[in-house]
Ligand binder design. Structure first.
Ligand code: 5GP
Ligand code: MN
Length: 356
């Protein structure tokens, strides 16, 4: 039996906003991952039968999400900012998934804040900012996709809606659950996750296909990049049970780097015995929309941190790298050189990492 996690107020609030809306825009976070794609597209399929729904993402998503139902219909703001602005201007309702503050979605965030229509936020990060009319935010669940499932399930009297789009919707929810838990390796230690999965599989989701489409769909370049990172770039700090990998734009270029090729590399050092913290830094170019924020720097360093157990990394990311995230999976960014970002890490890790 799946409990009613969402409150009556949240369910009523969402129903009240959704019912009269004809044009709904769904937004999710920068550099979309499986949960961003899954949660936003699940909302899209949920509403598609009765409304004009449109998912807009800030920038391109990795090719290994192309197979997801509805991925081809997603608008990429970085490529078509005028169209994104027009859709937002015309929207009756904006639904945001898998991010807690508009800053996390780049220029789309400003467009969303300026929009006068009502907004709903469905997210699982700590400290949601207060920009939405209805906020569904729980940090103790696997994913935003799980919250989308719970919302739909509760609204539809404890079942999935029997529309023509039930299967694509369920497939997107499953994909978000699977990817945000590392295929159920972490953050998924409670029975209801598996009750939800049972319902999704009963609806026809092919979980093995979802796994193969995501995890066995990389390029040769990505595989060689993984090898290079682990063999040549990984530095271990035994006293602090930590690992650091950092990689420049030039090095990435050698491996024909494409969006998504670095995904998951940060998790790998955690499979070494006695390594409990892992940090991955990647140099990127500053995009047009963030030039102001970059303060003249042409490069931006994307930082990812992972940890195990009671060793939070979100505070480090927040205080030093202007980011945040979950206790064991966080990130941030640094406008400047890779060397400066690495030095910033080196002068701070002893403060934020535990020795035991
Ligand atoms: P990833 O390392 O996969 O890019 O991000 C892991 C998690 O860290 C994300 O789910 C998100 O919660 C958080 N995160 C990553 N980058 C940022 C950032 O720049 N700012 C904030 N606030 N959170 C981030
Ligand atoms: Mn998520």
């Amino acid at each position: 039996m799946i409990s009613d996690k969402l409150s009556r107020d949240q369910i009523d609030g969402v129903s009240r906003l959704i019912e009269p809306a004809e044009r709904v825009v769904i937004l999710t976070h920068m550099s979309p991952d499986g949960d961003a794609m899954g949660s936003s597209l699940a909302v899209y399929w949920w509403l598609k039968e009765t409304k004009q729904a449109q998912v807009i993402v800030p920038n391109v998503f990795p090719e290994f999400y192309d197979w997801m139902p509805g991925a081809q219909d997603v608008l990429i703001c970085e490529k078509e900012p005028d169209k994104a602005q027009q859709l937002i201007d015309q929207a009756d309702l904006i639904i945001c998934t898998d991010f807690n503050e508009p800053k996390r979605i780049g220029q789309l965030g400003q467009m969303a804040i300026n929009a006068t229509c009502p907004k709903i936020l469905i997210d699982h990060h700590l400290f949601p900012s207060d920009f939405a009319d209805v906020t569904i935010s729980y940090a103790d669940v696997t994913s935003a996709s799980e919250l989308v499932f719970r919302l739909i399930y509760q609204i539809t009297n404890h079942q999935l809606p029997s529309t023509n789009y039930q299967l694509p919707m369920a497939t997107c929810i499953y994909t978000g659950l699977m990817t945000d838990t590392g295929n159920f390796a972490f953050n998924s230690n409670y029975p209801e996750v598996y009750e939800i999965i049972a319902i999704l599989i009963a609806a026809g989701v092919d979980k093995d296909a979802a796994y193969n489409n995501i995890y066995n769909a990389h390029s040769e370049g990505r595989m060689r990049l993984v090898g290079f990172c682990l063999d040549k770039k990984m530095r271990i700090f035994p006293d602090y049970h930590a690992s650091l990998i950092y990689i420049s734009g030039k090095e990435l270029y050698r491996f024909n780097f494409k969006t998504g090729d670095a995904e998951g590399i940060v998790n790998m050092p955690l499979s070494i015995k006695d390594v409990y913290y892992s940090v991955f830094m990647r140099e990127d170019k500053v995009a047009e929309w963030e030039k102001e924020r970059a303060n003249g720097s042409k490069t931006k360093i994307k930082i990812s941190m992972r940890s195990q157990g009671d060793r939070p990394v979100n505070i480090f990311c927040n205080e030093v790298f202007n980011g945040g995230g979950h206790k064991n999976a966080s990130g941030g960014e640094f406008y400047g050189s890779l060397t400066d970002a690495v030095n910033l890490f080196l002068s701070n890790y002893e403060k934020y990492f535990k020795k035991d």
